[in-house]
Design a protein. Structure first.
Length: 232
């Protein structure tokens, strides 16, 4: 059976809709809890997904396990092993490849459409064209493009939204995996950040009702196509 490992930094930021899609494709799914589990278990996984979280990619002084994640990501990159990074996961991937990770100009929280690059329009990222769906954003940091990576999509606030780090490694600053039906967990868990940024819960909930089903449809198309490209 094919194996998918997911490194989780926060209980409710999980695989979301990707969980059922992976099981349908015959994967066994294994979560590794950052800071608790031995991450080396994922070295030979058919697929590794590094999920989001509220800590920073440069915070190894407080969270030493970040160094283990960076080592694992670099090893998988060098071996051309399929790897997907989401939000913090994408930032860690960029750092593992030598790029700078740093605070963005402002926090980006809420639903916002992506703008695809020309390369993005001819890739599996095309399913996230802004005319088809908006994307959920929830981040404050961003990163520079590592050498030889390809930018696929951006927003006005954050240039690096979808990045192909290689033919087998992909990073999302935004959240294609999110299950709209469970976003209330995010609204509760991130209440301090929502309050601090002045983000409107009313708007978040209303936009989720409008955009949620669109994102599920487009994320399903993207994920299945990407896995097909990888032979998974």
């Amino acid at each position: 059976m094919k194996t998918a490992y997911a490194i989780r930094h926060l209980a409710f930021e999980d695989l979301g809709i990707f969980d059922a899609l992976l099981k349908t494709r015959g994967f066994s799914i294994h979560y590794l809890e950052a800071g608790i589990d031995n991450l080396s278990q994922a070295r030979e996984a058919d697929l590794l997904i590094v999920l989001g979280g509220p800590i920073g990619a440069n915070d190894e002084q407080d969270y030493p396990f970040i160094l283990d994640e960076l080592t694992l990501l670099r090893e998988r990159f060098d071996k051309h092993q399929p790897t997907l990074g989401i939000c913090l996961g994408a930032q860690l991937m960029a750092r593992a490849l030598g790029a700078r990770v740093y605070p963005g100009t402002t926090k980006e929280i809420g639903w916002q459409a992506l703008t695809l690059t020309e390369q993005g329009k001819h890739s599996c990222a095309r399913h996230f064209d802004g005319t088809l769906t908006s994307m959920l954003h929830w981040h404050g940091d961003t990163f520079d493009l590592p050498e030889n990576s390809v930018l696929l999509a951006s927003t006005a606030i954050c240039a690096q939204q979808i990045v192909a780090f290689s033919s087998t490694t992909l990073g999302f600053q935004c959240h294609p995996e999110v299950n709209p039906a469970k976003l209330e967990q995010w609204f509760i868990g991130h209440t301090a950040e929502i309050t601090a940024t002045g983000t409107s819960l009313k708007t978040l909930r209303a936009d989720t009702q409008i955009e949620g089903e669109k994102l599920i449809r487009q994320s399903t198309l993207f994920f299945n196509e990407w896995l097909n490209e990888l032979g998974l």
